[in-house]
Design a protein around this ligand. Sequence first.
Ligand SMILES: [Zn+2]
Ligand SMILES: [Zn+2]
Ligand SMILES: [Zn+2]
Length: 166
Amino acid sequence: MDRDNSFKREQTSHSHQHNDCISKAKTRFLERLRERGKAIGTNDEPVLNLLLSNHGIFSAYDIAEKISESGKRVRPIQIYRSLEKLINLGLVHRLSTMNGYIACFEDGECATGQFFICTECESVKEIDSQLLDREILGSAQENNFSIASKNIEVLGLCGHCQHTSN
Ligand SMILES: [Zn+2]
Ligand SMILES: [Zn+2]
Ligand SMILES: [Zn+2]
């Protein structure tokens, strides 16, 4: 993944009030920590803040680099630890097709794991289709398949990039 992509990405998330997304997600972060009786680790908040800056994908390397720029040096291994915690709290999702991470901006519990990923600007839209989710669960049952992970990552071009690519 290109390290400079985050600059390009920031321009694509301006079509809505992103501050609302951020404050909602932050409230949820504090709620989750309280519910589960977890303390905030030193890197957890900087990692989350960076992920919340837009709807784009960040690699652990991106995150380590960006956080190190703003002060103390952090290593990717420390970033992975924070990411794992944030994933367990349901605040961050890992996208295996893009080998990266995104903040979750959905309301409530986010269990469907369905994503539209723009391969041009690397912005991600989470969708939450209960219908799709039920189909997968039903089909797994029919096939006697035990699901460990059911992320659906759909790759393509977002509305913005469909008009700008040639
Ligand atoms: Zn937003
Ligand atoms: Zn989510
Ligand atoms: Zn796009």
